[in-house]
Structure formats: C-alpha cells, structure tokens
Design a protein around this ligand. Structure first.
Ligand code: SF4
Length: 326
C-alpha cells in the first residue's frame, strides 16, 4: 500500500487578535486522502486556525509560525496574489452556514461556474456544464433546473451541497470544512459526511474537519487533534484517542457523550470556564477545571508527551519523571 503523503505541515502556529493570544504553538500535519478532525469547545481556536490556513484572518490579527509547508512549498512568504491563486485551486473551505457562503443575488449554478471560469480557466459554456455535473455528482436531482435557482429557493441540505460543489469545483488538494453539517438535519448530515469521505478517497483529497461533535469525528477521521484554550492538548490516531484518551480534557469530552454514535448539537458543559487568553498562562490552561490537577500544573506548562504509539498529550500526568517517582 502507498504510504500517505504529507500534504500540509504547520509548526508553532500562533495567532493573536484584540490583545488575546488565541492560538498557541499549534503543530498540524494533514496527509493526502486522510481526514484530520480538529475538536474542542467554541472559542478554543479551531476556526481561527482554519482561517489562518487560508490566510483569511482579519487584518488586525497577528500570525506567526515556524513554518507552513503545503505540497512541499513554503507558504510563509506568499504574497496576497499567490494566496488568491492557492485558494479555490488547491485549498478550499466550507463554512458552517451555507446561507452566508453564497451570494444571495446570483443563481447557484452561476456561482459554481464563476469559480471554474476564474480559477480553472474554462469557458463560460463549459463551466456551466461542469457546474450542473458537480451538482449531479453531489446527489442533487434535476441538477440543471436546480442550478438556475437562487440560494433562498433551496433547502439547507441542498444549499450545503451546492457550497461543497463550489469548494471542490477545482479539485482542491485540501478541503477545510468548518462545522459543515451543524446546520443540517441528521439525515442530510449523514449524506454530506459520506460525500466528503468519498471525495477524500476518490480524489486523494486531504480533509481538515472542524467540529465539536465527537460522533462525527469517529465516523470521518483517521486522526484527531483536541484543542483547548488555543493549544492542541492531545493528538493521535482516532482509535487511540477515543478508546484511551490521555488528557483529562479529552476524557471529560468523552464522558460528556452518553453515546458516541448519538447525534448531538453541543457538548455538555465541563464545570468552570476556559482561561482569559488576554493574560499570560503560566501553567496548564486546563488546571482550574481539571479533576487531576497537581501543584506543578498551575505553575509550569506541560511538555508534549508520547503517551502511546501515535498518541501525544500535553499533560504533567505523562511526565516520565513523575511516573518513575510514583
Ligand atoms: Fe490536569 Fe495537570 Fe494534566 Fe493540566 S497538566 S490536564 S491540570 S493533570
């Protein structure tokens, strides 16, 4: 079997906005044909991380990284013109609310065709043909007729498919999907997820799936990264992280799910609140909420420990010196 290729690698990503250090020392690796799920509570920095990979952050945001490599190229010094080329052609994004992702004054097919004309350089006639073919591919019945509709004339599920069609029109190597099914009912959600998985398999597309729904993660992803207060606190193969979560925050998330196969639209509240990110955090950001916190936790940041093959956690519980001493 062919070894998975590294499609995107980011090291030491930091983002500050409005005086708050919202994304802190994040490392990410996404492989071609695979799905990496980024999970965590609202405000944990997931969406900001995703937007940074498209360079769609607000102007006032400050971003730094040790490196960002995509398809073997460094993107660190890319100009805005180069980013524009990259977006839609090689890296595309699906946003949570399909209604706001589309222009309400343009027909749906026209919007998909526009992407093809602009970025794939095909003629208007060919773009229209491909737009209808894409909608058909996404399971839309009477695609030619639906392509002539305006966004407000479509159901949420159909519109989300149209948004996906627009995102994959140029066959991107990487698709970033930010809560792509949250606005959809359970049946349509399942169909959209199957579709995304098929695209990964058929086009060897990498998928960064951002969600707070662990049920979705388990169905879709090969790897998972758990984010808390702007940091990745646990990363690893899906089976490892789900079966034996190493970080107390991941354990709390898992306990918050009565059944991992159940459809949920929010995570159970974990007692306490995340820390104020406008102030420096001396130790572990989860310390105030952690049932296993020790004296060292609030004083010093834990390192990233290998807890099992293909599983890492930033938690003092895994410090080998502490393990030896106990
Ligand atoms: Fe809990 Fe300490 Fe681990 Fe943080 S480092 S998760 S406070 S045990």
């Amino acid at each position: 079997m062919k070894a998975p290729e590294s499609l995107l690698s980011v090291r030491d990503l930091n983002i500050s906005l409005g005086g708050q250090h919202l994304v802190r020392s994040v490392d990410l690796d996404i492989e071609a044909g695979q799905c990496l799920a980024l999970v965590g509570e609202s405000g944990s920095g997931k969406s900001l991380t995703a937007l940074s990979l498209m360079r769609l952050l607000p102007r006032s945001a400050k971003i730094s990284q040790q490196y960002i490599l995509f398809e073997g190229q460094s993107l660190a010094a890319y100009s805005e013109a180069q980013w524009r080329q990259l977006r839609a052609r090689r890296i595309a994004m699906i946003f949570q609310n399909p209604m706001t992702a589309m222009n309400p004054t343009m027909r749906v097919g026209q919007q998909i065709a526009e992407v093809l004309c602009l970025h794939a350089g095909v003629s208007r006639r060919e773009a229209n043909r491909q737009a209808v073919a894409l909608l058909e591919r996404l399971g839309i019945v009477n695609a030619a007729q639906k392509a002539r509709q305006y966004p407000f004339e479509m159901s949420g599920g159909m519109l989300q498919r149209a948004v996906i069609a627009m995102a994959i029109a140029c066959k991107p190597a990487l698709l970033i999907a930010d809560e792509p099914t949250t606005a959809l009912d359970a049946t349509v959600q399942a169909e959209v997820l199957v579709l995304l998985r098929e695209l990964c398999n058929e086009q060897n597309m990498g998928l960064l799936l951002i969600t707070h729904d662990l049920g979705v993660v388990r169905r879709m992803a090969q790897k998972v990264a758990v984010m808390y207060a702007g940091k990745l606190v646990e990363t690893g193969a899906i089976s490892r992280v789900f079966n034996t979560p190493a970080h107390p925050y991941t354990q709390a998330l898992k306990q918050a799910m009565p059944s991992l196969t159940e459809q949920r639209d929010s995570l159970m509240a974990i007692p306490g609140t995340p820390p104020d990110l406008s102030k420096p955090i001396a130790g572990c950001a989860f310390a105030a909420r952690c049932p296993q916190a020790m004296n060292v936790c609030a004083r010093q940041q834990p390192a990233d420990y290998l807890t099992a093959p293909e599983q890492h956690a930033k938690c003092w519980l895994w410090d080998p010196a502490r393990t030896k001493a106990s």
